[in-house]
Write a protein that binds this ligand. Structure first.
Ligand code: PLP
Ligand code: ZN
Length: 479
């Protein structure tokens, strides 16, 4: 069996506002000085260049064949991930290494571009949030071990995928870690409530909306010993970088002629994707930076607005969001914007290309329906990526041969409510969505309850059979 890596990093939290650094041996959420957001930086990173790019490729490829638990998930890329952990700290619940599925001939032809989906909804709690949580909880294990903490309380405010992932990992790890989820009462769907409840998390409800819960959670983090698991938490960003590493490895470390599409909400995911390719490039594990294209709905588009201004005049302002079917990305003031801004500058300076495109609500939901009608399992945010690909083509941002890799950030089953509203034509007017007849799909009743009640069983079978034959126009068996 392959041995566990010897390399240890020298990781610090670096504040992106004031530049102050703090040791990674302690838990920080935001900068104690200025409340700025952190990125984790490894001061030993440049020593990794002692190995060549192809040596690193071989190391990661060998680990891909290993059955050692620590290499099965996101920590296959240990040296680029959180190289302060010991093997015993690492939590693995089946996250990462999600399949990249090439679109069918028919869909590629329709869109006019080669494309593939990376199905991050095939993570254990059915969204990419598991990548970040696997890293955050492995780090919490490290803290428990290192400091001998008896109890760590984790808390997050979320109505959806973050709380589902946090509750699942908390249910698995040591008894010293307990997880609490804070939700706005009556503002979450039964599905969104079901996952943390099923994982046995303590679910607390407050009157108000998500932002009210967020403020309460931050108050707790500022004044008490609690670990906050919202995406300001820099360990989550680190874990999410595995998404980009996996794309590179799948394509044998060759990212020429590839464009990676990512929906932007709180901007944690796109931060991680940009940083992942930067790390690989700096170690010469990849020799080309792929094109990165962020996608936002016109109902929640502060990052698009920022990048659509001329380079020397860009000013960032939060927007007031309107309801969006890309609900997991419906954020007007993304906490990770300062991270994106810095990393994009670096990406462009190294010759990489970054764009943000804007799409309409109608295009997002129809993007999802179109993908799923061609065999994918895309959520609305994945639909947003497909809509973004079509927009990017219209704007001439893609070369005809370039492969578009779209992020289906969650499983479609988490977002079926929107499909239902489309099929029923029941969207509230604020969404601005008018269903197209040809995309609506609804069960057709073959026989009514009343018709059935008047038939004995034999007649029912025959009558129902004949009704189906008529609907489908099937040929009878010759014999
Ligand atoms: C959280 C989430 C997003 C948005 O990601 P950010 O990191 O907030 O930009 C998109 N899709 C799904 C399914 C999510 O759960
Ligand atoms: Zn600071």
């Amino acid at each position: 069996m392959l041995s566990f890596p010897q390399y240890r990093g020298n990781l610090s939290y670096r504040c992106l506002s004031c530049g102050q650094e703090y040791p990674s041996s302690n838990l920080y959420y935001t900068c104690p000085e200025c409340k700025g957001v952190f990125l984790l930086v490894d001061h030993n990173f440049s020593s990794l260049t002692q190995k060549s790019g192809s040596e690193w490729q071989e190391i990661f490829d060998n680990r891909a064949r290993s059955k050692r638990k620590a290499f099965r998930g996101i920590f296959r890329y240990y040296e680029l991930m959180a190289p302060i952990l010991e093997e015993e700290d690492i939590v693995y619940l089946g996250e990462g290494h999600t399949p990249i599925v090439e679109a069918s001939e028919k869909l590629s032809r329709y869109v006019g571009q080669p494309l593939a989906y990376k199905n991050d909804g095939q993570n254990p709690s059915a969204s990419f949030k598991d990548r970040g949580m696997a890293c955050a909880f492995s780090y919490l294990n490290y803290l428990v071990r290192k400091h001998g903490y008896k109890k760590i309380l984790t808390i997050c405010a979320s109505t959806g995928d973050t709380s589902a992932a946090a509750a699942m990992y908390a249910a698995y790890v040591s008894e010293s870690i307990r997880s609490v989820v804070l939700l706005p009462k009556g503002k979450v769907t039964p599905q969104q409530l079901a996952q943390p409840l099923g994982s046995g998390a303590l679910v607390l409800e407050l009157p108000g909306v998500f932002d009210d819960c967020m403020k309460v959670v931050e108050y707790l983090a500022d004044n008490y010993q609690v670990a906050l698991l919202n995406s300001k938490n820099a360990w989550r960003i680190l874990g999410q970088e595995s998404y980009g590493f996996e794309i590179a490895q799948w394509y044998d470390w060759d990212l020429a002629n590839k464009a990676v599409f990512v929906p932007i909400g709180n901007a944690g995911n796109i931060t991680a994707v940009i940083n992942s390719f930067l790390k690989l490039y700096k170690l010469q594990i990849i020799s080309t930076l792929p094109k990165i294209i962020g996608v936002q709905s016109e109902h929640a588009d502060p990052v698009f607005k920022y990048y659509s201004q001329p380079k020397d005049k860009r000013r960032y302002s939060p927007v007031k969001v309107k309801p969006s079917v890309a609900q997991a990305a419906m954020i007007g003031n993304p906490v990770s914007f300062p991270r994106v801004k810095g990393l994009v500058e670096e990406y462009e300076n190294l010759g990489g290309t970054f764009y943000v495109v804007q799409v309409k609500e109608q295009e997002i939901i129809e993007g999802m329906l179109l993908a799923n009608r061609h065999g994918h399992i895309s959520c609305t945010q994945g639909g947003e990526c497909l809509a973004g690909l079509i927009r990017a083509k219209e704007k001439g941002l893609l070369d005809k041969r370039e492969l578009a890799i779209l992020d289906a950030t969650a499983h479609m089953l988490k977002f079926v409510g929107f499909q239902q509203m489309y099929f029923e034509n029941s969207f509230p007017p604020e969404y601005g969505i008018t269903p197209k007849e040809e995309l609506i799909n609804w069960p057709k009743e073959v026989l009514s309850e009343e018709e059935k009640s008047q038939l004995d069983f034999q007649d029912f079978v025959q009558k129902a059979g004949e009704a189906i034959v008529q609907t489908l126009g099937i040929e009878k068996n010759e014999e």
